[in-house]
Design a protein around this ligand. Sequence first.
Ligand SMILES: Nc1ncnc2c1ncn2[C@@H]1O[C@H](COP(=O)(O)OP(=O)(O)OP(=O)(O)O)[C@@H](O)[C@H]1O
Ligand SMILES: [Mg+2]
Length: 333
Amino acid sequence: MNVLGIESSCDETSAAVVRDGATILSNIVASQNEVHEKYGGVVPELASRSHVENIIPVITAALEEAHLTLNDIDGIAVTQGPGLIGSLLVGLSVAKAIAYTTGLPLVGVNHVEGHISAVFLNRDDVAFPFIALVVSGGHTSLFEAKSAGDYPLIGQTRDDAAGEAFDKIAKFLRLGYPGGIIIDRLSTLGNRDAFSFPRPWLPDTPLDFSFSGLKTAVITTIRKMNRELTPAEINDVAAAFQEAVVDVLVKKAFLALEERNIGKLAVSGGVASNNRLREKLREAAAARGVSLYIPPPSLCTDNAAMIAAAGTPYLKKGIRSSLEMDAYSRMPR
Ligand SMILES: Nc1ncnc2c1ncn2[C@@H]1O[C@H](COP(=O)(O)OP(=O)(O)OP(=O)(O)O)[C@@H](O)[C@H]1O
Ligand SMILES: [Mg+2]
């Protein structure tokens, strides 16, 4: 089954063709970083306009790279939410138009389920059940993945997402946008023990996360210094902050494995491309005999291949979304 995936929930316009939910035939991503860089964050109206400009060329390129035409496609999977409404509507409208004119089956996909499904891409050894940690710009969530599409939520952030914390600290340090990848790079030059930042463990709900206190602690520490930081000090702050986030993510993911008595862990979402997180996850997995599934960095950040992978089991079961389906901005409860 060849599925055309379409993703436009935030600031990446992406289209992909994926065979049988796993083999990537193409995965085109048009990033809008240049559009939003000077504002230090995503400007929703500019994102929507950029999606309108990019969506058709991106879909055309995805079909071309797969050496296929719409006649070879068996179904369409499109991100329905959560995300920016104006952005989502661009991908959703185009997906509906293609489904309407070709008669192809269409399914709306939850973007976070897309991030989980990135682990199935280009490999065939991922088996249920597993614990899925999604760490992205808008989500820090733990799921118990029981079978395709059956992913009950078992923990989530009470405030900031991990990626959001990376971006806010980077903005505060005036490092540029998007911040996660810059902090990742600077951290390699810094001393992660130079500062001791808090780890929010939340003993009452230990599978939940909270990063706003950590963010405040970093900002307060810098304000108290009451002077410009040297480049070396900035590297140290980056490294110590990153270490606190990574420490919490790793410990809680392994706590979930223990609690549910599961030996397989999948980690995805933009922050899963963080080098220190990958390193600590690998160490912990090796020490405890846990199978670790982490997609390559290009599949951790937003892309349409993961949306096609998430939609495929539904399309295979004959589940369809109607052309009346609406975009949604937040996770449905
Ligand atoms: N190497 C890295 N280290 C840490 N964070 C990173 C790294 N690379 C990207 N990120 C962070 O990942 C986030 C982007 O990831 P992603 O594209 O999955 O999120 P999103 O789609 O904006 O959010 P969501 O999926 O929750 O709607 C940003 O916050 C970015 O700073
Ligand atoms: Mg995302």
